[in-house]
Write a protein that binds this ligand. Structure first.
Ligand code: 6PG
Length: 467
């Protein structure tokens, strides 16, 4: 009876796919779902893998079906469900049994859960790759005690994506480190998706291209420096036709983006860390704004439709490709910079090159650039990626295209929140003498906050009172 090597709770889309992946890799697994019918249906549909899966109809049976010391993966919605499930499970477990939260948890919750667990084994792991990734090889970012990770690493590395012989499953650090890295992954995911959507908008509204042509451009770009999962699927999305109406699929999808909250967590945390991630912030703002459909429609009625049409000799599709290359680099640079800041702040020693490596396959932001990013971070993990030679060269070649895309779009009323934030970040990062001297002057004027002088010393005050 107690033969399963691991257990899994929660047979939703991701949980079911992960359970099949585990079984497919030769591990016996026991599963349980709150709704018993789902467990039965899952087992019935498991085909050849059914022999390796023990369906159970109570938590007690689940626990009894797993070999000691046990390890049980939770794949339940983030938030209270994780705490409730943990509370229901712990009394049935031995002290050496491990709970693994593999959902998209807020890393603060994971920190708390790890502390509450004390010596009881607990891991929080970020799993990326959507349903297909979970089924055939996700990217896994682990957090918790290293000894606990080591106990299940053979299973997690076996089920993870493979990048040229290297498994995309890595221990990131203590407590919520894995879920933190996953949150930043999602922040980059939001920014990358938003930039692609913005370039799609320029092609559709600015250049007046049809969806087939747009799809072809994405497909071509996916063969060059922009090669990535998100560019690939964007081409496929653009190419698809609605079976119901025969129209382009994109033309029948409502332009209001959903979000489960991971991007928002990243942005909130970035503010706490004083980590500048403007492209990621802009992407979250853009999702919030997208949901205000009625207000946007009223705005269009009030202010009129923007001119949109950009002459083709002013902005070419090649320029857009270059703009997206620069934008993509800046998304990752901001994300890795935030990770570096968190690593210092939380004393985690997050392995930056390993993070780039674990994202090379399986996850949503997998991209050809990540290999070079891993090497650049290996050379100097403390350097912002935009200063690493491979990426500073790429930015030197492509930032002007980003500027053209942003400038022409601004002139023609096409909103590019993420690309323009990326450009502003780039320009700010290459401006040795900025304008915060004015901010310091203002602060000192109204609040006597003091300022540093360029000829030395801090705590100076201006002559405001005597003016
Ligand atoms: C992944 C994704 C995934 C994400 C969903 C929905 O890495 O597989 O990031 O974890 O939660 O794709 O995210 P939003 O609803 O926030 O867009």
């Amino acid at each position: 009876m107690s033969s399963a090597e691991i257990g899994l709770i929660g047979l939703g889309t991701m949980g079911a796919a992960l359970a099949l992946n585990i079984a497919d890799n030769g591990f016996d697994i026991a599963v349980w779902n709150r709704t018993t019918q789902r467990t039965r249906d899952f087992h019935k549909a498991a085909g050849d893998l059914a022999d390796r899966i023990t369906p159970t109809e109570s938590l007690k049976d689940l626990v009894a079906a797993i070999a000691k010391p046990r390890a049980i993966i939770l794949m339940v919605p983030a938030g209270d469900a994780v705490d409730d499930q943990t509370a229901a499970l712990r009394p049935l477990l031995d002290d050496n049994d491990m709970i693994i939260d593999a959902g998209n948890a807020n890393f603060h919750d994971t920190n708390r859960r790890a502390r509450d667990a004390g010596d009881l084994p607990f891991l929080g792991i970020g799993v990326s790759g959507g349903e297909e990734g979970a089924r055939f090889g996700p990217s896994i970012m682990g957090g918790g005690k290293r000894t606990h990770w080591d106990r299940v690493a053979h299973i997690l590395t076996a089920i993870a994506a493979d990048h040229k012989g290297t498994a995309c499953a890595t221990w990131m650090g203590e407590e919520g480190a894995g879920h933190f890295v996953k949150a930043v992954h999602n922040g980059i995911e939001y920014a990358d998706m938003q930039m692609i959507a913005e370039v799609y908008g320029i092609m559709r509204d600015g250049l007046g291209l049809d969806h087939h042509t747009i799809a072809d451009h994405f497909a071509t770009w996916d063969k060059g420096p922009l090669q990535s999962y998100l560019v690939e699927i964007s081409g496929k999305v653009a190419a698809a036709t609605d079976p119901k109406t025969g129209q382009p699929m994109l033309d029948v999808i409502v332009d209001a983006a959903g979000q489960k909250g991971t991007g928002r967590w990243t942005v909130i945390e970035a503010q706490h860390l004083a980590a500048p991630i403007p492209a990621i912030e802009a992407a979250v703002v853009a999702r919030n704004l997208s949901s205000q459909r009625d207000t946007r429609a009223a705005g269009e009625a009030l202010f009129g439709t923007a001119p949109h049409h950009i002459p083709h000799d002013t902005l070419s599709v090649d320029t857009l490709e270059q703009a997206l290359i620069a934008g993509k680099i800046l998304c990752y640079a901001q994300g890795f910079d935030m990770i570096a800041k968190a690593s210092d702040e939380f004393g985690w020693a997050l392995p930056l090159p390993e993070i780039a490596k674990v994202w090379r396959a399986g996850c949503i932001i997998r991209s050809a650039m990540l290999d070079d990013m891993a090497s650049a971070l290996q050379d100097d993990p403390d350097r912002n990626l935009m200063f690493a030679p491979a990426f500073s060269d790429a930015l030197k070649s492509n930032h002007d295209a980003l500027r053209q895309a942003v400038a022409q779009s601004a002139l023609h009323g096409i909103a590019l929140p993420a690309l323009s934030s990326g450009l502003a970040y780039f320009d700010a990062m290459r401006t040795a003498r900025g304008t915060a001297n004015m901010i310091q002057g203002q602060r000192d004027f109204f609040g006597a906050h003091g300022f540093a002088r360029i000829d030395g010393g801090s705590g100076h005050h201006g002559p405001w009172g005597s003016e």
